[in-house]
Ligand binder design. Structure first.
Ligand SMILES: [Zn+2]
Length: 154
């Protein structure tokens, strides 16, 4: 079932972990609407800007799936507001820059190790546009906030 021009409910709710652990990953009505808003406002325009397939590696994660993953910044996924993205042919760093160049609205954009996390919160009249970059150290991962121009130069 298509949520928008380019994205289906199946790809936005697919979870290897849910299958393996037999966890229900069916979104609530609110999460379904949030996924649709994410697709229409962020993912479709970004896909059109890129002109090539954009792969969602993780979209909606139900409470049990999110807990099984032990995700730190996972609450937006549990609300259906976030997607982790890769774009075959360009690396995560380049995709991160393309999200900024595309000018799509986002509540939060995170450059993770091998993917880009982007969220959209339809309840906000104005998206925060927060930009974070993960830094990996021996004692764990920390997130550094950048402004738009610093992020484009990073
Ligand atoms: Zn994420």
């Amino acid at each position: 079932m298509y949520l928008s021009e380019y994205f289906t409910l199946e790809e936005l709710t697919f979870s290897q972990l849910a299958i393996r652990k037999r966890l229900d990953n069916t979104p609530s009505d609110a999460a379904f609407e949030a996924l649709r808003a994410l697709c229409l406002n962020v993912l479709d325009p970004l896909r059109a800007h890129l002109g090539r397939p954009l792969q969602v590696t993780s979209g909606y994660r139900s409470g049990p799936v999110n807990a099984a993953l032990g995700a730190a910044l996972g609450s937006a996924h549990a609300r259906g507001q976030a997607a982790d993205l890769v774009c075959p042919g360009i690396d995560a760093h380049e995709l991160f820059h393309e999200v900024l160049r595309a000018g799509v609205p986002f509540d939060r954009l995170i450059l993770e190790g091998g993917w880009v996390h982007v969220s959209f919160d339809a309840a906000r009249t104005r998206q925060r546009g927060q930009i974070l970059v993960a830094e990996f150290a021996a004692d764990g991962t920390r997130y550094v906030e950048l402004d738009r121009s610093a992020a484009l130069a990073a």
